[in-house]
Design a protein around this ligand. Structure first.
Ligand SMILES: Nc1ccn([C@@H]2O[C@H](COP(=O)(O)OP(=O)(O)OP(=O)(O)O)[C@@H](O)[C@H]2O)c(=O)n1
Ligand SMILES: C[C@](O)(CO)[C@H](O)COP(=O)(O)O
Length: 227
């Protein structure tokens, strides 16, 4: 398996979490959420570099955390933007222009190494691969709270990060999105727009994104279960 670099967007405001600060700074089992996420990649010998997109106002916190993790050589910073996509684009501009790059939300601390391994192998083969799980709920479309359609579930996937790409392909997708003023809710949607195939690698339901306050209860339970 090839080495890879990873971009971790960490410059959000955590508005839906409502903690009055960046949710990645909230402690989980005594450590900030972002430390848990970083530790997964720091412990992976195939991860050659981590680029963390941060809000410059929070640089002091992140620098001291990186020092505590003794990871000054492997983690570099890029300036976050006003949208997730802008934060990632800024980070990609500082990345090495060859090989495979992963994008992983700082707010998903429970990603497992075996999923990362399968994802990287698939991205090497296909150019683009994303982690996802089958949708469990019945999904309906509604207009003004009136159901217009029940969508066939068997082909629906709930998409997570990490998402992995040949970096040349992802850069082209990001540049095209920027020039056309397109904002996507994930990275693969930018790649889909330029007509490149994207493979799915099945992941795990516990790779949750900490988004709203109840996710913190789920996070405690997942941590307890991990032992
Ligand atoms: N301008 C932004 C917005 C988001 N992110 C990062 O992208 C990931 C996923 O975003 P999301 O869960 O939406 O985080 P927030 O933007 O912080 O949350 P909210 O939308 O509720 O404000 C997070 O790790 C977040 O820090 C980022 O780097 N830059
Ligand atoms: C990329 C993502 O994690 C896929 O589920 C997610 O879309 C990012 O953040 P969002 O603001 O919750 O859409």
């Amino acid at each position: 398996m090839m080495n890879y670099q990873v971009v971790i967007p960490a410059a959000g405001q955590g508005k839906r979490m409502g903690a009055g600060k960046n949710k990645l700074l909230i402690p989980l089992d005594g450590l900030p959420v972002i430390s848990h996420t970083l530790q997964v990649f720091l412990s992976d010998p195939n991860c050659s570099r981590i680029i963390l997109a941060i809000n410059p106002d929070e640089e002091k916190f992140f620098s001291s955390m990186v020092k505590d993790l003794q990871a000054e050589k492997r983690i570099t910073f890029a300036a976050g933007g006003t949208e997730r996509q802008y934060s990632i684009h800024n980070a990609l501009r500082t990345a090495d222009p060859e090989g495979i790059v992963l994008v992983h939300d700082g707010a998903r601390p429970f990603i497992r190494r075996e999923v990362i391994d399968r994802l990287v192998v698939q991205a090497e083969k296909m150019g683009a691969a994303i982690t996802a799980v089958p949708v469990k709920d019945t999904i309906k479309k509604a207009v003004n709270m009136e159901v217009s359609e029940t969508i066939e579930r068997s082909s629906l996937w709930s998409v997570q990060t990490p998402q992995a790409f040949r970096i040349s392909l992802l850069m082209e997708a990001y540049e095209t999105a920027e020039s056309e003023g397109f904002l996507g809710t994930d990275d693969a949607s930018l790649v889909e727009r330029i007509g490149a195939p994207v493979s799915i690698v099945e992941g795990h339901y516990d790779n949750i994104k900490l988004t709203t306050p109840e996710d913190l209860y789920f996070a405690e339970a997942i941590l307890k279960n991990k032992g």
